[in-house]
Structures are given as structure tokens and as C-alpha cells.
Design a protein around this ligand. Structure first.
Ligand code: FAD
Length: 302
């Protein structure tokens, strides 16, 4: 069996695995996609000590660092269930079963869906989630961004440089994004902000041709013709597969203590899948290191 089996190969998982392997204990990583969300990130300017890098470049360095150690990396493998007997028993989607004394959950998060008609139907046909990835596809076109938090406003600023016009739709009366982002947004000529706007449908035929929303203060339904919709209403933790076997908060984030420990002895968690308040690369890496040291502490005591 493994001493530490890490599930997820984003910054949290990579960091947890390196910290474990440096203790000379048997370490593995099972991950659906090594690199995680960082693979979808273009420009990174807040990974302290590195002034500027790009997602795929950082993932390559992560991979190189992991490869320096005796870590079994099982990439392109999705975990489907976890049981605790004497050891933890992790079942993969391909049917394989792995045993480990401790587990570190580092399965991260994914884009939250808005859940209106047209969203599923037009995914990749005008409905997008990653402005860095898909923004250039809408060059010279009109798009909407759903969501007025930091990610929505960052997306709108980013897209405004590429597309013809951006309409931001925010459900609440005010944008929630940081002031500095709002100021930047307001300085852009090709952006319109609609608050109190509840998206009700993404319309189209073969591809997206518009968005329908309800003006919440008047109750009136309105429609805008456009070719793209970026959904930016936050992230959902990748924890459903745990099937309620680990204590989570109301939005499905795994609850951890200061040592990264969950309510199940020997089961630790780190990064965006946990109830930590901020989701960032540097924080995920710190959280992975923390959970790994927590797991090591657990191993020497049990
Ligand atoms: P993730 O990166 O989400 O990695 C989770 C890993 O778990 C993935 O490898 C995934 O494949 C795997 N996984 C999930 N479910 C399973 C399963 N069932 N079985 C096996 N494996 C599984 N942060 C910054 O600090 N600076 C930035 O500039 C920045 N820009 C961003 C831009 C974008 C577009 C996005 C999406 C995020 C950005 N972030 C940024 C946030 C940052 O990427 C995340 O906080 C960080 O990647 C979280 O790391 P993580 O390891 O917890 O999770």
C-alpha cells in the first residue's frame, strides 16, 4: 500500500506529493488531468517570486519537480469511490483499486453552471467558461459575461480587448468585484454593465444568437442579440464522487482543520476542494504542503 495517496494533480496535489516523498514514504498521485486549473490559465503574475509566467509553463515546472522524486504519477485516471477499511481503498473509473494508509484529497474545482435553458445545448457553440482559452474565438463579436464578481469583471476586462462589445449581467443590485477592477471596467468604452439582471435563457439555433434576462426591479423580460456568453459565477468543488462520506460545507467544500485533516482519521484535503476562503495557486500549494505534513504526523502516530 501507499503511505500517502494524493488524489488530484493540480498545485495542491503536486505540492502535497513532493512534501510526502521528501519524507521517504511511499507516495502516489492519481489525477484526471495533471496541472488542474493552471492548465487553463494564461498569464500568472501573483505566484510570488515569479514576476510573470503562463499556466502551461508552470505546469511543466510542477511536473519536472514531481519527477525529481520517487512518486507514482497516475495521470488521466479519475477516482470514482473511496472506502475506509483497515486501509483506504480508492477505486478508479477504470476499475483498478489502490490501497493507502492516508489520502490527501486535492481534486480542486470547476466552473459553476448558470442552469438556464440553452447553456448545455450551446456549450462550445457560443457558451464558454474560460476567457483566456476561448476569448479569441469571439474576436470582433458581441458577448455577454454572466456574473459581476472578480472573475466576471476580470473576464469582461480581458474580453473587451478582443471582442466588439461586452455586456455584463449581474443578478444583484451591485457588482461584487474589487473596486480597482470596477474602475478599470468603467474606463472601457465597449462594456455595458446591467445590474439586477437575471439571465433566463441563452438563445440560438446552431450557435448562440442572444441572451434573455429579466430586469428584476421592473419584472420586464429583455433580449440582447450576441454571439457568445461567458459564464463566470464561481467554482464548484470536485467532491460529489465522495458521496457524502467526508464532512463538507453547504457548497460541497471539504471541511478541514489547521492540519488539513477532515473528519475521517487519515483523510486529509487541500486546495480549492476545501473550505479555505481563497482559491489561488500559491495558497493551494501551501495548503498541499500543510496537509502532507499533517498526513505524515498522522502516520508516525498511528
Ligand atoms: P485544481 O487546479 O483544480 O486541480 C485539481 C486536480 O484534481 C486536477 O488535476 C483534476 O484533474 C483532478 N481531479 C478532479 N477530480 C478528480 C477525480 N475524481 N479523480 C482524480 N483526479 C481528479 N490562481 C492564481 O494564483 N493566479 C492566477 O492568475 C489564477 N488564474 C486563474 C485563471 C483561471 C482561468 C482559473 C480557472 C483559475 C485561476 N487561478 C489562479 C486559480 C488557481 O488555478 C486555483 O486556485 C488552483 O489551481 C487550485 O489548485 P488545486 O490543486 O486545489 O485544484
Amino acid at each position: 500500500p501507499y503511505d500517502v495517496l494524493v488524489i488530484g494533480g493540480g498545485p495542491a496535489g503536486a505540492s502535497a506529493a513532493i512534501y510526502a516523498a521528501r519524507k521517504g514514504i511511499r507516495t502516489g498521485i492519481v489525477t484526471e488531468r495533471f496541472g488542474g486549473q493552471v492548465l487553463d490559465t494564461l498569464s500568472i503574475e501573483n505566484f510570488i517570486s515569479v514576476k510573470h509566467t503562463e499556466g502551461p509553463k508552470l505546469v511543466a515546472s510542477l511536473e519536472e519537480h514531481v519527477k525529481e522524486y520517487d512518486i507514482d504519477v497516475m495521470n488521466l485516471q479519475r477516482s470514482s469511490s473511496l472506502k475506509k477499511k483497515d486501509l483506504f481503498e480508492l477505486t478508479l473509473e477504470n476499475g483498478a483499486v489502490l490501497n493507502s494508509k492516508t489520502i490527501i484529497l486535492a481534486t480542486g474545482a470547476r466552473w459553476r453552471n448558470v442552469g438556464v435553458p440553452g447553456e448545455q445545448e450551446f456549450k462550445n457553440k457560443g457558451v464558454a467558461y474560460c476567457p483566456h482559452c476561448d476569448g479569441p474565438l469571439f474576436e470582433g463579436k458581441d458577448v455577454a459575461v454572466i456574473g459581476g464578481g472578480n472573475s466576471g469583471i476580470e473576464a469582461a476586462i480581458d474580453l473587451a480587448g478582443v471582442v466588439r462589445h461586452v455586456t455584463v449581467l449581474e443578478y444583484n443590485q451591485e457588482l461584487k468585484a474589487d473596486d480597482v477592477l470596477q474602475k478599470r471596467l468603467n474606463s472601457l468604452a465597449n462594456v455595458t454593465v446591467l445590474t439586477n439582471a437575471q439571465t433566463t435563457e441563452i438563445t440560438g439555433t446552431d450557435n448562440v444568437n442572444g441572451i434573455t434576462y429579466k430586469e428584476r426591479h421592473t419584472g420586464m423580460e429583455k433580449h440582447i442579440d450576441l454571439q457568445g456568453v461567458f459564464v463566470q459565477i464561481g467554482l464548484v468543488p470536485n467532491t460529489e464522487w465522495l458521496d457524502g462520506k467526508v464532512e463538507c460545507n453547504h457548497i460541497g467544500e471539504v471541511i478541514v482543520d489547521k492540519h488539513g485533516a477532515t473528519n475521517v482519521p487519515g483523510l486529509f484535503a487541500a486546495g480549492d476542494c476545501t473550505d479555505g476562503p481563497y482559491n489561488q495557486i500559491i495558497i493551494s500549494m501551501g495548503s498541499g504542503a500543510n496537509a502532507s505534513l499533517g498526513a505524515f504526523d498522522y502516520l508516525i502516530r498511528n
